[in-house]
Structures are given as C-alpha cells and as structure tokens.
Design a protein around this ligand. Structure first.
Ligand code: ADP
Length: 401
C-alpha cells in the first residue's frame, strides 16, 4: 500500500527469471521510474546490496529506494531506462554504427564494470540486454540479481583510475545520485549473508544433455548438471541462466557455483565447472559484447553448454596447458573432451572489415586464461579508445526508440 500511495503503476515493461518490471510515475514529482518486483529473496538481496554499493557510478542503474513485502518479495524503485544495448545492435544492423559510437558504448561499459570490480563485485550476467540506456545515451549496467561480492581483493589500480577519471559530462552530473533508501525491516544487509559458499540452486532450465550424468563424479556445483534438462533457446538475450544447486550442494570450501550467466557470454572456466573463479568472468562477457558491437552478430551463439565450448574452440582454437596453464585442473576438464580444431577461424575472420586494433582489443578479453584478460582500466587506456576517431559525445549517439 505504501508503494501505491507513492507510485502510480502503469504498464509492465519486462520480466526476467525472478522478476516483473513495471513503469510507474512518482506521485510527488511525476518522475517516471521502473518498479522491479523481485520474487526471489536472495536475488533481491544481492541486487540491493550491489546497487547500494555502486550508487555513485554514473554507469550503474540508480536505485531510488526499495521495499520488502510481507511475502518476502522486494520492490526496487529504479531510474527508468527506456532502451538497451540489444536495441542499439539491432538498430545498427539497419542504420550502421560509427567507430566513434562503438567506442563511446565501450567506454561506458568499461567504466561501469570497473566500478563493480573496484568494489569486488562480480556481476556474473553481463550481456547486451542487461546494459540499459537512458534517453540521453548514458549506458547503465543493470540486473545485479546474480552479483556477488568477492571477499578476495580485486585487481584494481587506484592510481591508474584517478589518472583516467574524467569530470562527468553535464548530463551525467545532472543525474540525481542521492537515493532515499528505506531500511530493511528487521536489520541491515550484512557481509555475512553474502559470504561465499552460501549458494542455493533453483530456476534450472538449461544444461547440456551431452554430458553423461554417470560420468560426473564431483560434488558441489557440478552436481547440478545431473538435475538439469535442456530447453530450447529461442531468445537467449531474454533468458538468464541461474541454476544454482537445488540440493544446496556446495563443496564446503566456500566455492562459487559455476552455473551463472547467460550461456553465450559465459566464460570457459564456468563452462568447465570452476567454482573458484573471479572478476575475470565478467571480462570474458565484455569481450563477447564488444565482438558483437563490432560484427553485430553474437560471437559464440552456443545452443548447449557443450556446443558453447565447441563454438569457442572453433574460433579461438583448442584449450591447452600452453594457452591456459592449469586448465587440466578444472573440475570438468577430464569429462569434456573435444577433437582437435585443425584450422581455428580466428578473431580476424570473425570480425571481418574491422581494424587490427579492434581485433586486438577483443583478443585482450577473450583469452582462455582468466589471468591474461585485460582489466577495464587497462582497456580504458588502450590505444584504440584513445586515438582518432575518438568516442563521440553522448549527444551524438543514436538512441533507438
Ligand atoms: P531479471 O533480474 O529478472 O533478469 P532484469 O533486471 O533484467 O530482470 O529486468 C527484466 C527486464 O525489465 C529488462 O530486460 C528490461 O526490459 C526491463 N527493465 C529492467 N530494469 C529496467 C529499468 N530500470 N528501466 C526500464 N526497464 C527495465
């Protein structure tokens, strides 16, 4: 009731794995907002905590306030963002997209992810449909329902950040960054509740049939393989794959679940069942997103998890201890075997008509070895983003309606 007294709800604008999103008008000042009703307690908790931590980043969606309902659903009041990067890519297929525009989208994505990683927040589901865009072209990372705060320190170079950090443009500065957040009845968010290893699995709707479940001997996150059924993937941008272990099996050492993210953007270490991955999984996802911005087609559109790895190998070549030292130790390394790809397609062929610097940039993210992937800050300093044609001003971006 408190919500409807403050907000007038109009149409439903989206729904996700655990949520329904409505457009609404704040009665006090007629501001248009998005009300995100989250039906999963853990997901709501994660999203609220991450968004509160990231309130000062212009490239992360703004949380105005939130409410917990008696049924444990949460309602998040978010700034309303009318479009997303999926729509930009779709429009670019018709109207084209300039190098300067591509660069401006990239810079905004990198700044948003840099803010997450500086706070040791791994998003775990980066994809074009979770990169929302305001009417004036500001890209904001959204949907932190799968985000986790990693307790291990991130790899951020503060000195480098300060050097790069620009004054926000006037439209960024004009955005309200002072949310009124209502406290959760019964207590505050605590670090304890997000400690690693407290994962529970639910919402399983996809996992490969190609893996013989008898051959799975691992406990922990990998065990969810045996409980999943494959479903068709008609519109993967609209689906999140959040298969946490419904049996609550984790390995007891504080591991993370490998069943996160949308398949096309999922890092190889996750596909191989890693449970001690880090921020680098987001860097792989950004690599896939950048490749798609450049070619306007998804780079690895796998239709099962095994097919996903097959698509990756067909372009980048096979996995080996040389390209990824220690990969043989991955939980599923021995149960997933692939024939040798004799002539990998290579990123150059995938990104036909793009410049060598662009191919190089994508290659810095799509590295098998997580430790070799470039950080957002390194990429913000990359030659490509700092030479002509420079990223266009926000006002020059074409925003799909
Ligand atoms: P889920 O966590 O359940 O996947 P999302 O946060 O991705 O939910 O939201 C689902 C859909 O709702 C999005 O794809 C988008 O279309 C819409 N949506 C989410 N947040 C906003 C927002 N702040 N403004 C406008 N639309 C939004």
């Amino acid at each position: 009731r408190e919500i409807t007294s403050k907000y007038e709800i109009s149409d439903r604008v989206g729904s996700g794995a655990y949520s329904d999103v409505y457009r609404a008008r704040r009665r006090s000042d007629s501001l248009t907002v998005a009300l995100k009703e989250v039906h999963d307690y853990q997901s709501a908790f994660r999203e609220i905590e991450a968004l509160q931590t990231l309130q000062n980043c212009p490239n992360v969606v703004l949380l105005h306030e939130y409410f917990w309902r008696e049924d444990e659903d949460a309602v998040l009041v978010l700034e309303y963002l009318p479009t997303d990067l999926t729509a930009v890519i779709k429009a670019a297929k018709m109207d084209g997209i300039s190098v300067g525009e591509v660069k401006r989208w990239m810079v905004q994505i990198l700044r948003g992810v840099d803010a997450c990683h500086r706070n040791s927040i791994v998003h775990r589901d980066l994809k074009p449909s979770n990169l929302l865009i305001s009417a004036d072209g500001i890209l904001k990372i959204a949907d932190f329902g799968q985000a986790r705060i990693l307790l291990a320190p991130g790899f951020v170079d503060d000195a480098a950040y300060n050097q790069f950090d620009e004054q926000p443009s006037s439209s960024q500065a004009a955005l309200p960054r002072q949310p009124e957040v209502v406290p959760i009845p019964g207590g505050q968010l605590t670090q304890e509740s997000v400690e690693l290893g407290s994962e529970k699995c639910s919402g399983i709707n996809d996992f490969p049939n190609d893996i013989d479940e008898d051959s799975i001997t691992q406990d922990g996150a990998i065990s969810c393989l045996a409980t999943c059924t494959t479903s068709d993937l008609e519109d993967p941008f609209r689906h999140s794959y959040s298969y946490e272990d419904e049996k609550g099996r984790v390995d007891g050492n504080g591991s993370l679940t490998s069943c996160v993210g949308t398949r096309w953007f999922r890092a190889p270490e996750l596909l191989y069942g890693s449970t001690n991955y880090g921020l680098e999984i987001d860097l792989w996802s950004i690599g896939c997103i950048f490749a798609e911005l450049l070619s306007l087609e998804p780079i690895f559109p796998g239709n099962s998890d095994i097919d996903q790895l097959g698509k990756i190998f067909s372009i980048l070549g096979n996995l080996s201890d040389e390209v990824w030292p220690g990969c043989v130790e991955l939980p599923d390394y021995k149960i997933i075997s692939f024939g040798k790809v004799e002539n990998p397609i290579g990123l150059e062929a995938c990104l036909r008509n793009r410049s060598p610097d662009e191919v190089l940039l994508v290659g810095k993210l799509l590295c098998f070895d997580p430790a070799s992937r470039a950080t957002p800050m390194e990429l913000l300093h990359d030659k490509y983003l700092n030479e002509e044609p420079l990223p266009v001003d926000l006002s020059e971006l074409r925003i799909p309606s």
